[in-house]
Design a protein around this ligand. Structure first.
Ligand SMILES: O=C(O)C(=O)Cc1ccccc1
Length: 314
């Protein structure tokens, strides 16, 4: 049988690849490195890959906008699983370089944000040379082209030093020791992974135009059913100023009564709701269930209403 094909941000050794390895071993899948997350997602839509693994959120920057925007419109795709990867960097360079040589640092924009304070403290004169991924500059150094490189050193995932034969200039480069990036497996809609009791549901919601309190009304759909949100971000819809799309992670599974009821409420009140999947939480933390919002409470309330309507309630 053909192996499943996974598109991800390459080249080899990125944090995205570390996330992909948590999902499936390279022996059991075809790894398809891409130059950006939009291309990884597009490869699934085009049928060139079965799944994509992409960063969706980081402790430093919140949502990864390229991922959120690619998923918010276009042919519907869903999130099937999430994976957390702790993130810290090594400042590395071609053999022979020293820290004193470093002025231009190549780094993925998200990496640069996560190391800004460290750089300001240790290399205050350094300038950022944007890279397409955390290992793209390492691959450039390793390819040893004849031309002069446009950077002196790069922020790379620690294992990339060995993979690409680099020299370490500084280790444990990070502004926060607990920095984590969250990755998701993206695939075509189909069977939703079954509830585990510790799940997350991702949604895209548009609000009615020019309606006072529309945002509050949207949030109330979750609040009154005891559904906690773990992420909410607004992104421009892109057609005119003032029109925003909300990207939301809610605790729970679409098969949980309180989550299902909240999504029905959104469907009634909002012009556009896209279900982006229910999948197990990587940290396996179960939601706090408030009084009256357990599955059994919704089922009981529905049967009570049936009895009231039928005149048989006691
Ligand atoms: O996957 C990678 O290594 C990337 O280049 C993207 C990235 C950037 C910063 C933190 C985590 C992932």
């Amino acid at each position: 049988m053909a192996l499943p094909r996974y598109a991800y941000l390459g080249p080899a050794g990125t944090f995205t690849e570390a996330a992909l390895r948590q999902v499936v071993s390279p022996d059991d899948a075809v790894y398809l490195p891409q130059t950006d997350v939009t291309s990884a997602i597009a490869a699934v839509r085009a049928g060139d890959a079965d799944f994509a693994v992409v960063a969706i959120e980081s402790t430093a920057e919140g949502g990864v906008t390229a991922t959120l925007d690619s998923l918010a419109s276009g042919e519907p795709l869903v999130l099937l699983r999430e994976v957390l990867v702790p993130v810290q960097f090594t400042l590395a360079a071609a053999p022979g370089r020293t820290l004193a040589d470093v002025r231009r640092i190549s780094a993925h924009p998200h990496a640069w944000v996560q190391c800004r304070r460290w750089i300001a403290e240790h290399l205050p004169d350094a300038v950022h040379v944007p890279a397409t991924s955390n290992t793209a500059p390492a691959a450039l150094i390793a390819s040893g082209g004849s031309g002069e490189l446009p950077f002196d050193a790069a922020l790379v995932p620690p294992p990339a030093v060995e993979t690409y034969g680099l020299t370490t200039l500084a280790e444990h480069v990070a502004d926060t020791a607990s920095a984590v990036t969250r990755f998701v497996v993206v695939g075509h809609p189909g069977d939703v992974p079954p509830p585990t009791g510790a799940d997350k549901t991702t949604l895209v919601v548009h609000l009615p135009d020019n309606e006072a309190g529309a945002l509050l009304a949207m949030l109330e759909q979750f609040a009154v059913r005891g559904v906690n949100l773990s992420r909410i971000e607004s992104r421009p819809i892109g057609d005119s100023l003032g029109r925003y799309s909300f990207s939301i992670d809610a605790e729970g599974h679409i098969r949980d009564e309180r989550v299902g009821e909240a999504i029905m409420g959104l469907h009634r009140r909002c012009p556009f709701v896209r279900f982006l999947g229910s999948y197990p939480r990587a940290d396996a933390v179960e939601p706090t269930v408030h009084v009256g919002t357990a599955d059994a409470d919704f089922v009981e309330a529905r049967s009570w209403l049936r009895e009231v309507r039928g005149g048989t309630a006691t």
